[in-house]
Design a protein around this ligand. Structure first.
Ligand code: SAM
Ligand code: ZN
Ligand code: ZN
Ligand code: ZN
Length: 409
């Protein structure tokens, strides 16, 4: 965003730089001399418009109140419209104004006071929206810095003023709690020259190879996946290495408009029966899950995922530590299905949990799984941990499926 006052007066102006006039004004307000901050062409780059806060008309001239990036609100300045060169920020200002008006159902209401200044409630909303946008962008950057897979993570909220969650930490893999050890070295590795045709790791475990040549899962739900591991002779292109490569698709954590809070949608088409993401969190004992279950409210409880493949000693708690799967909502007619996976850890009490598409999922579609199918795939088992002491408060399901069971739990 550029403010080109200087340009209008024939002085130089580079996109994203502030006019010399404005700079001097900033210095005056901050009680700095231009010399003390060493004004040169180069460090004029420090003056970038962060967002637009307000609007007014004076003598038929339009002005916007500018928040300068890296400078406190006290240094905000009114800039005439012709000095503002960034169409994106102007567009956002206008969009936010219209959103506010449509929300308060006064679409045609006058937005300016008699003295031709914007109504304070509108300006307040626009500033909140701008701050939210910055916070969400920062969070998105952080998620992408932390993730270790190919697919990008986007964050979007066009619904309300909710910002990033305050107590959520992104992790890529299980985080064992003290006392739980996750063995990360397999005891067996194959020596196949072609893992697709030979007796490979799945055969060793007495099961079928989980994938076809197109990297799609071909085994029925409830059957475990045994992938090739670090002891295997095969390379990274082995057809039996899918979950271990992580999410390949660009996904978006978005604010749902049906009151479900955050949800996850795919930004690209996902083929049926394809690996989408892993469910990760803290690995805790079932006793600890019982304890946390009592502390958690209804929402917290929905993050507990019992590892009940062969035993029920452990639970994954994705409430505070998790990946994108933390934000995946429930549906009674889901497009993701849970599978138990063994790679470097062959301990059947501690399978990894992978979510595969059950059908083609188009770009823009929300991803969902059935919370009652967590783990074993048995709908009759209550895999979400409810303490007998805690009265079961049922959450009304908003999945909207024809076959909706009415409740999440
Ligand atoms: C594992 S979290 C999913 C992410 C969550 N929406 C968020 O904003 O962080 C589960 C919580 O999301 C909401 N939720 C998920 N699926 C839902 C559904 N089908 N109907 C209503 N609420 C749902 C409930 O509040 C539930 O406790
Ligand atoms: Zn192998
Ligand atoms: Zn292999
Ligand atoms: Zn439902």
């Amino acid at each position: 965003m550029a403010a080109a006052g200087a340009e209008a007066r024939g002085a130089w102006c580079v996109p994203c730089l502030v006019s010399l006039d404005t700079l001097q004004e900033l210095c005056r307000k901050e009680k700095l001399t231009c010399k003390s901050i060493g004004i040169t062409k180069r460090n004029l780059n420090n003056y970038e418009v962060e967002y637009l806060c307000d609007y007014k008309v004076v003598k038929d001239m339009e002005y916007y109140l500018v928040k300068w990036k890296g400078w406190p609100d006290s240094t905000n300045t009114w800039e005439p419209l012709q000095n503002l060169k960034c169409p994106l920020l102007l567009q956002q200002f206008s969009n936010d104004k219209h959103n506010y008006l449509s929300r308060v159902k006064k679409g045609k209401a006058i937005t300016l006071n008699n003295n031709k200044t914007l109504k304070p409630a509108i300006a307040e909303y626009i500033v909140k929206k701008a701050k939210q946008r910055i916070a969400l962008q920062r969070w998105q950057d952080e998620l992408n810095r932390r993730k270790n897979h190919k697919g990008m993570i986007f964050v979007e909220n066009t619904v309300d003023l909710e910002g990033p969650p305050s107590d959520f930490y992104y992790i890529n893999e299980y985080k064992p709690t003290p006392g739980i050890s996750l063995v990360n070295e397999a005891t067996f590795g194959c020596s196949c020259t072609d893992c697709f045709f030979e007796k490979c790791c799945p055969a060793e475990a007495g099961v079928l190879l989980a994938y076809n040549k197109n990297q799609q899962i071909k085994i029925p739900p409830g059957t475990p996946i045994y992938e090739c591991n670090s002891r295997c002779q095969c390379g990274p292109d082995c057809p039996n290495r899918i979950v271990q490569k992580g999410t390949q698709y660009s996904l978006c954590i978005f604010r749902t408009s049906n009151g479900c809070g955050w949800g996850v949608k795919t930004l690209v088409k996902i083929k049926r029966m394809s690996f989408v993401m892993e469910y990760v969190g803290e690995v805790i004992t079932s006793e600890e899950a019982e304890r946390r279950g009592q502390l958690y409210d209804n929402k917290g409880i929905t993050y507990l995922f019992d590892l009940d493949y062969e035993s029920d000693e452990f639970t994954v708690d994705a409430a505070r530590y998790g990946n994108v799967s933390h934000f995946v909502n429930h549906s009674c007619d889901p497009n993701l299905q849970v599978f138990n996976v063994f790679i470097d850890n062959l301990d059947t009490r501690l399978p990894r949990i992978a979510l595969f598409s059950t059908r083609t999922i188009n770009a823009g579609e929300e991803l969902t799984f059935d919370y009652q199918m967590k783990g074993s795939g048995d709908t009759s088992s209550d895999s979400v941990d409810y303490s007998p002491a805690k009265k079961r408060v049922r959450t009304v399901c908003r999945c909207g499926a024809v076959t909706c069971r009415g409740y999440l739990n």
